[in-house]
Design a protein. Structure first.
Length: 151
């Protein structure tokens, strides 16, 4: 099991303003360099499902996720059903407004072997893939900051 991957940013806005952006999962493609579509099925609530489409270069793959945490103005998290990782955004009030932390955590059982095989063979190996995920987190958080502060 890998250590959690995470990145944080300070946003000059109240948590409710940030929440309005990060809780709209259909906007995930605006933030994530890998996600091309994230469709929430039904209302945002724990247990809700999403259907997603990801892309890395010429490689395209579908995924699904289950929303596992919804705390208005505080946190949202979804578990990727295929690789069993949980992605979350946590909002903490700060001196300038809100600190947003994006985090990816593996399940206790780790990522299934067929998924790690695909990462190794098609996505440059786990260290490279995880490096790119963290870089994408930083990019995405900057985009969220821009959307919140300018919107």
């Amino acid at each position: 099991m890998s250590a959690p991957l995470e990145a944080s940013i300070d946003i000059a806005a109240t948590p409710d303003k940030v929440w309005a952006v990060v809780s709209d999962l259909s906007r995930m493609p605006e933030w994530s360099p890998q996600c091309r579509r994230m469709q929430l099925l039904g209302q945002l609530r724990e247990g809700a499902l999403t259907i997603n489409l990801n892309k890395d270069g010429w490689k395209v793959w579908p995924t699904t996720s289950t929303v596992v945490r919804v705390e208005q103005d505080k946190a949202i998290a979804f578990r990727m059903n295929e690789n069993r990782t949980t992605w979350s955004y946590e909002l903490t009030p700060s001196a300038i407004g809100t600190t947003v932390t994006e985090r990816r955590v593996e399940s206790a059982g780790g990522i299934p072997k067929p998924i790690t095989f695909a990462i190794d063979k098609l996505l440059g190996g786990t260290p490279n893939f995880e490096h790119n995920l963290v870089a994408g987190m930083h990019q995405g958080l900057k985009k969220i900051k821009g959307a919140v502060e300018q919107g």
